[in-house]
Design a protein around this ligand. Structure first.
Ligand code: XIL
Length: 542
């Protein structure tokens, strides 16, 4: 699983924004490297790495910036944002890149570094987007970056590097020289900022007789003064954290809980009358390293007893703290293998190897003990389209019920795409699990416009958006039907509100932009939204 702590704000409406001459865009950086001027660019590497202005290779004019003597992927030119960035500011960044050694196609990454008012706090590094360039050709790069609403942040820097690798994994191809020219960083006129539509119907209201509709957010999005927050408050009635409730954030060091990011979301939900889910308690990914290490000797694996104790403490500390406030928990997330049985060490999960299969039963029992009223969910992806995996989940939950393990619902993540799984497979999956006497909860729905990892980047054309709207509409019709049958839990959660925040940008394919949600990057309602609230508004919907 890719680990990006922040959702990248990436979308490609740049040309629209920059062509609009009547807007007051402010140019922050305009570096063409003519006249020997480095223009504030500096090497990130402190000693060996060098920058120089050269004339033999250039894009426009007579010179460009040559980046050389690089030792690590993260070596590259960096520039500080000297203006005062505030929440919701959008920067449009463009540049031309060239390289002549290494592979025929090379990947570069544009990233943002932040410091904090609390100078003791570590800087954060966000990979905003990656892009491909061809050897021996100048390639244009464009992206946008939206400044999050984090009152604790201080400085912001922007830089170019190669896709990150641990320092000891670096190969010669990671250390190639590159040239960069005509770099522009422009702060867009506030008039071009996203603006949530106010006169359209409210999504949740349309479905309130059947279920609430929730979404995943980051702590940065729940700032009352932001348009993103307006969108959330208008359309959604349940919140969950996309990342901020994961153990690497909540318990970075043993016994040292950091509640702040999760509680920005929890506070926002409580102030605005939204319901809450917690995702996840036990998951193999996005954990702190200490969790699986022996305390006295971190080079050794933690013992079974110690890991059980750590999990029990973790689950119960959270659930006692939020008793009667958080209604629903993904107690165990993604326990199944993609090939057979439970997920094991070979697929990145240490729980099974160290604790044995009873870790699942134990987690649910500890959870029930800590909060008898919370809904306890076992959450998984890909159950609809994979008959083998679906059957394994059926057997697992059936066994749990027989052993009187308190499991209330099976969560279907539903990270689906524009073609698969079929509507009928979704219906059958819900009915199968409901037959065990548990509810089915939709926990992380989104719908990629791509049908696989080999599909190249493409624009979200009108035809694709119509196809997506049709499929959202058809699938929600199944949710309605299943809710009427009593099979569905009372929340349907979508994994993000607007496309610019989606984890599907740059994942699983770096450089590929996706559009899996109901609102676009400027917070405008997409055909998929209208498919769910008023299909008559979309020509061509059946
Ligand atoms: C994803 C987040 O959305 C990303 O921002 C992060 O980089 C990786 O995790 N299944 C899950 C979620 O259970 O926790 C994942 O969330 C998406 C897949």
């Amino acid at each position: 699983m890719k680990k990006t702590v922040f959702a990248a704000a990436v979308f490609f409406a740049v040309s629209f924004a920059l062509n609009a001459q009547s807007y007051n865009n402010i140019t922050i950086v305009d570096s063409n490297f003519e006249n020997g001027n480095m223009d504030g660019w500096a090497p990130r590497g402190d000693k060996q790495e060098k920058l120089e202005i050269v004339t033999d290779i250039k894009h426009g004019g007579a010179s460009s910036l040559h980046v050389f003597n690089r030792s690590y992927t993260w070596h590259g030119p960096i520039h500080s944002l000297t203006d005062n960035a505030v929440a919701d500011d959008i920067y449009s960044i463009s540049a031309w890149i060239y390289f002549k050694d290494g592979p025929a196609t090379g990947a570069f990454t544009f990233s943002v570094e932040k410091s904090f008012k609390d100078t003791k706090k570590d800087h954060t590094y966000q990979n905003v987007t990656s892009f491909q360039a061809k050897k021996g050709e100048w390639t244009e790069f464009k992206t946008e970056y939206t400044v999050g609403a984090d009152p604790t942040q201080a400085g912001i820097w922007m830089y170019f590097e190669l896709p990150y690798k641990e320092d000891n994994l670096v190969t010669p191809n990671d250390k190639i020289d590159f040239w960069i020219d005509d770099i522009k960083i422009v702060k867009l006129d506030p008039a071009l900022r996203p603006k949530a539509e106010v006169t359209i119907p409210n999504l949740s209201e349309k479905w309130q007789n059947y279920f609430d509709i929730g979404t995943a957010v980051s702590a940065d999005e729940v700032n009352f003064s932001s348009q993103q927050a307006q969108l959330l408050m208008k359309h959604f009635t349940v919140l969950v954290a996309g990342n901020d409730m994961k153990m690497e954030t909540v318990q970075p060091k043993e016994g040292a809980f950091d509640w702040a990011p999760a509680e920005r979301i929890i506070d926002f939900a409580e102030m605005t009358g939204m319901r809450l889910r917690w995702h996840p308690l036990v998951w193999h990914s996005q954990n702190p390293a200490w969790l699986f290490q022996d305390k006295a000797n971190p080079a050794r694996a933690v013992s079974k007893d110690a890991l059980n104790q750590r999990l029990k403490t973790y689950i119960q500390t959270i659930m006692r703290r939020y008793r009667n406030r958080i209604e629903s928990y993904d107690v165990v997330n993604e326990p199944l293998s993609d090939t057979a049985g439970l997920r094991k060490g070979s697929e990145g999960s240490k729980y099974y190897d160290i604790l044995g299969q009873e870790y699942i039963d134990n987690a649910f029992r500890w959870a029930r003990e800590a909060d008898p009223n919370a809904q306890l969910v076992i959450n998984e992806y890909g159950l609809e389209g994979d008959a083998r995996k679906r059957q394994e989940m059926y057997n697992l939950v059936k066994g749990m019920k027989e052993r009187k393990v308190p499991v209330d619902a099976v969560g279907l993540q539903m990270h689906i795409d524009i073609r698969t799984p079929s509507v009928q497979q979704i219906r059958e999956t819900i009915e199968l699990f409901a037959s065990l006497g548990v509810k089915v909860l939709i926990t992380e729905m989104d719908m990629s416009i791509y049908t696989g990892n080999s599909e190249a980047k493409k624009p979200a054309s009108a035809a694709i958006l119509l196809e997506q709207a049709q499929r959202y509409k058809d699938i929600f019709a199944v949710f309605r039907e299943q809710s009427q049958k009593g099979n569905l839990g009372d929340m349907v959660v979508i994994w993000g509100a607007s496309d610019n925040t989606s984890w599907k940008n740059d994942f699983p394919v770096p450089g590929r932009t996706d559009a899996p949600l109901l609102f676009d990057g400027r917070l405008q309602s997409k055909p998929a939204f209208w498919g769910l609230v008023d299909p008559s508004k979309v020509k061509g919907l059946k």
